[in-house]
Design a binder for this molecule. Structure first.
Ligand SMILES: C[S@@+](CC[C@H](N)C(=O)[O-])C[C@H]1O[C@@H](n2cnc3c(N)ncnc32)[C@H](O)[C@@H]1O
Length: 277
C-alpha cells in the first residue's frame, strides 16, 4: 500500500513526541528512532556497513573510477548518503516532492524528483531498486538503463506481485543474494524489549518466531557477471576488517548479528552471501 503524505505528517508528530520523551529520559536511546520511524530517521533496510561496501564493490566491478549509481525510491536518502561516502557521484530518484516540501526537509541536489515508471533519464553503472509498489512494474525502465541491478524483496510484506526482484526475463542473470532482517522484525523486537511491559520469557519466545527477512539480490547482464562475482568474493574475504555504523549496535543487541543462524529451521544465516552457479 503506497503511503499518503498525511501518514508521513502524522508519523512526524509522533516522532516529535518520542524525541521529547526520550530527552526527558536523558536521551538513553539515540538510535532507537531509526528503527521506530524508519522512513523519517533512517531506512526501511536494516542495513549494516557490509551492505554498503558490498554494493560499492559491485559498482567498482563495473567501473573502476567513479562509478555512477542510482537509488530508485530513495526517500530522504539515508542509505544513499552512506553509498555516497564511497561513490560521490551516486544519485537518488524519488517520486514524492511532498515528503520534502510538506515536511520542510532539505532536498539535496543529488536527489531528483521523478517517477521511475516514466523512465530513467540516463545510463548508470548500477541501479538500486529497493522498493516497487504493489501493482506497479517498471523493471523494463530499469533494465534499459543499466547492466547491473541491486534489488531487495521484503518478506515483511512490502513487495508487490511484480517486485523488482525478478530480472531474468530482461536478460539479467542472478549473481548473488544475501539476507538481512526485515525492519518489521527489528521494530517489533525493539518495541517488545524497551517499550512494553512483557516478561523476558515471553519476549524470548516471541523472538524465536521472527520470520520476515529482507533479501538482497544482485543481477547482472552476462558481460559483468564474472567481474561482479570476483569483486564481491574479494570484498567478502576481507569482511572482518569492516568497521560498523553506530546503529549496528542495536541490531547486535536484538539478536540480528552477522552470520546469525535464523530460527524456525530455515537453515539460513544473516548477511551470508550465496553465489549462484
Ligand atoms: C518504502 S519507501 C523507502 C524509502 C527508502 N528507500 C528507505 O529505505 O527508507 C519507498 C519510496 O519510494 C518512492 N517511490 C515509490 N514509487 C516510486 C517510483 N515509481 N519512482 C520513484 N520513487 C518511487 C516513495 O515515494 C517512497 O519514498
Amino acid at each position: 500500500m503506497p503511503f499518503l503524505i498525511d501518514d508521513v505528517l502524522s508519523a512526524k508528530r509522533e516522532l516529535d513526541k518520542f524525541r521529547l520523551d526520550n530527552l526527558k529520559r536523558g536521551n538513553l536511546a539515540p538510535h532507537h528512532e531509526r528503527f521506530i520511524f524508519p522512513f523519517l530517521c533512517g531506512s526501511y533496510f536494516a542495513y549494516r556497513k557490509i551492505d554498503v561496501k558490498r554494493i560499492v564493490a559491485i559498482a567498482h566491478a563495473v567501473s573502476k573510477d567513479n562509478p555512477s549509481y542510482l537509488d530508485v525510491g530513495c526517500g530522504y536518502g539515508d542509505f544513499l548518503e552512506k553509498i555516497r561516502q564511497y561513490l560521490p557521484n551516486a544519485e537518488g530518484m524519488e517520486k514524492s516532492a511532498d515528503i520534502f516540501f510538506k515536511l520542510k526537509k532539505y532536498k539535496p541536489d543529488y536527489i531528483k524528483i521523478g517517477d521511475a515508471y516514466n523512465g530513467i533519464e540516463k545510463r548508470y553503472d548500477v541501479i538500486f531498486v529497493g522498493w516497487m509498489e504493489p501493482g506497479v512494474d517498471y523493471r523494463d525502465k530499469i533494465a534499459e538503463k543499466t547492466d547491473v541491478i541491486v534489488t531487495t524483496l521484503d518478506q515483511g510484506g512490502q513487495c508487490g506481485k511484480h517486485c523488482g526482484c525478478e530480472m531474468e526475463e530482461y536478460g539479467f542473470k542472478k549473481v548473488a543474494s544475501w539476507l538481512t532482517p526485515s525492519w518489521i522484525d527489528v521494530n517489533t523486537e525493539l518495541m517488545n524489549k524497551y517499550y512494553s511491559s512483557m516478561t523476558e520469557g515471553l519476549r524470548r519466545s516471541l523472538h524465536e518466531l521472527r520470520g520476515a527477512h529482507n533479501l538482497w539480490y544482485i543481477y547482472s547482464k552476462p558481460n559483468y557477471v564474472e567481474s561482479v562475482r570476483k569483486d564481491l568474493l574479494e570484498y567478502d574475504s576481507k569482511i572482518s576488517d569492516t568497521a560498523t555504523y553506530d546503529h549496528e549496535k542495536i541490531l547486535d543487541e536484538l539478536g540480528y548479528r552477522v552470520n546469525e543462524r535464523l530460527p524456525l529451521g530455515s537453515g539460513m544465516n544473516l548477511w551470508k552471501i550465496e553465489f549462484e552457479n
